[in-house]
Design a protein around this ligand. Sequence first.
Ligand code: TYM
Length: 338
Amino acid sequence: MEQTTQQPARKKRILSCIQPSGIPTLGNYLGALKNWKTLADDFDGAFAVADLHAITVRQDPAKFRQQITSVLALLLAIGLDPEKSILFIQSHVPAHSQLAWVLNCYTQFGEMSRMTQFKDKSQSHADNVNVGLFAYPVLMAADILLYQADLVPVGADQKQHLEIARDIAQRFNTLYSPTFTVPEPYIGKQGARVMSLQDPMKKMSKSDPNPKSFISVFDAPEVIVKKIRSAVTDSEGAVRYADGKDGINNLMGIYSCCTGLDYAQIEAEFQGKGYGDFKAAVAEAVVEELRPVRERYERYVNDKAYLRDVAAQGAERASRIADRTLQKVMKKVGFVLP
Ligand code: TYM
């Protein structure tokens, strides 16, 4: 009788990356990092410091080096376990650059020209609109497709890049034969778009020249309290989620992410209370949310030997998966393999 050996089903894979282009903000944390930690328990996770992406904007070499290590320490500080998830530095896995080149040749100029982040960044860095900035979404597609990721947890600003990654995957699969898993974005209901505290029509961003507009994940408690106290609100004085109340809506979103309360519960909690009370509660919730992250970060960031080990082990595990996909691609395209 034929024996059927039942293979355990492969856990679905998630992949995501963060650029080491400054100190990450509360937006990065609530929109992405916090979800990575939650999802890492149920999926095979691979998470990278996207250093190759960061040089699309000029970086000071000494600061850049330090930021890469700092973001790797942050991945540990949010609670990701390097024994379970693959934590790595993008440039340590050459397959990212190699696949990106191949995929460049399967992506149209017109498609890239429509990317809103390229349009925004070419305005804010008008003196350095380089080809890397233009081709950035293709490198991002390579990051995702190399790992056959099923799910990509990101903030709402990355949705368009995810769509192009899906298009590139489908195009390649149709031209040759199924090669890439077509990834789905995972965009949290809350926190997907944390807005600037000073201009709640704009995304909270680490590159904003006004430091009062963003909370960095390493801000001291008293700094967080001050920044939230000076957040722009409106003159109505009622804590309720409604059109035209962008400042309050943003703070309610932040509070909801940190406490797990929904908007109705938040409105009930602050019924009859003013913005002063509400802001104090939001600040306290953010301080408590970030406290363990900051404390763990202090421990990891100074342990250079451990960080080096984590990066080396991560690069090895990541390369094993990435190289397999790259080989498949090279073969299908018709390259003569070495
Ligand atoms: P980056 O480094 O700008 O941001 C990292 C993650 O944080 C999210 N995010 C936000 N979420 C909510 N509110 C905000 N204000 C906010 N600001 C940032 C981003 O959506 C992102 O999820 N291109 C990516 C990095 C990347 C990547 C990848 C992501 C490179 N390769 C492959 C996923 C898969 C970026 O610049 O993220």
